[in-house]
Design a protein around this ligand. Sequence first.
Ligand SMILES: Nc1ncnc2c1ncn2[C@@H]1O[C@H](COP(=O)(O)OP(=O)(O)OP(=O)(O)O)[C@@H](O)[C@H]1O
Length: 310
Amino acid sequence: MGLSQNGPPAIEFAGLTKRFGTFVAVNRLTFSVPAGSVFGFLGPNGAGKTTTIGMLLGLIEPDEGTATIFGHDVRTDLPAALARTGALVERPSFYPYLSGRTNLRLMARIAGIDDPKRIDAALEMVDLTARANANFGGYSQGMKQRLGIAAALLLEPDLLILDEPTNGLDPAGQHEIRSLIRDLASAGRTIFLSSHLLHEVQEICTHVAIIHRGTLIASGPLAEILAGGERLAIRVDRPEAAADLLRRLPVVRGVEEQDGHLLVDAPVDEAAALNRALVEAGFAVSALGVRESRLEERFLALTEARRGEG
Ligand SMILES: Nc1ncnc2c1ncn2[C@@H]1O[C@H](COP(=O)(O)OP(=O)(O)OP(=O)(O)O)[C@@H](O)[C@H]1O
């Protein structure tokens, strides 16, 4: 496996729309998920993520538009679309008094898989081999979720769809699932996950799409979404006077004081010039660095214009 450059995208949405009565839950959604990406589908609660995933898996009938998986239209050729797809969209339901392995074996039987090697491989991929014979009921939250992902891996999918995979997990469980997602992605699988956790998406995703009230507001490589949002962090004595001086410089778009730093919105390659201006004016600059742009800030900036609409 590996990043496929030439084949069809893992997922493609074109004009996908879903209405509930007069309410438009998903509005002409158009974007694609490159094969090999870890794709974060971001939006606040109620934005339409679960409805979109439901349409992608053939569980909800769209009103308009198409969704394809590796080139197969889910409305006209669902079996082919799902043949290479594993999904975890709800909390997995397993029997608490049966072991992880037995639970997985039952799932495999339902899916028509009788090769025990597949079960061992799935347990191994989610790092549950050592605890496979313990009862599911005694598993930690993270382990329970990992077993759910193992079930989604039984069909050896090239695409894994995870709806809010860390929702409801404690911090240790969230950490387990994030590192598992990274491992699964490094084997070349495409992972499409929905989340309302911006920091989580920034940590593990290569690409993102942001939806707000059913409408796409941005999509693309994470680096492109974040581009231009980085700021210079300057630690200086007399920060208020320094901020006044910086605001008068034409390259400076804005200055904000935060945690004892000045955060300066200016081109990053102007750092030396800003430093010189401060030093020449008699300020003592004790630290100067680049503060990476955070998805949270980009998200707020992108959704700001739409606040108060509707
Ligand atoms: N069957 C339904 N009938 C009517 N309205 C619905 C139905 N399903 C979802 N909705 C509405 O559509 C909107 C989108 O819901 P959806 O569950 O897709 O959002 P979401 O982004 O997944 O949010 P969450 O993270 O809360 O699940 C919400 O306003 C929801 O109330």
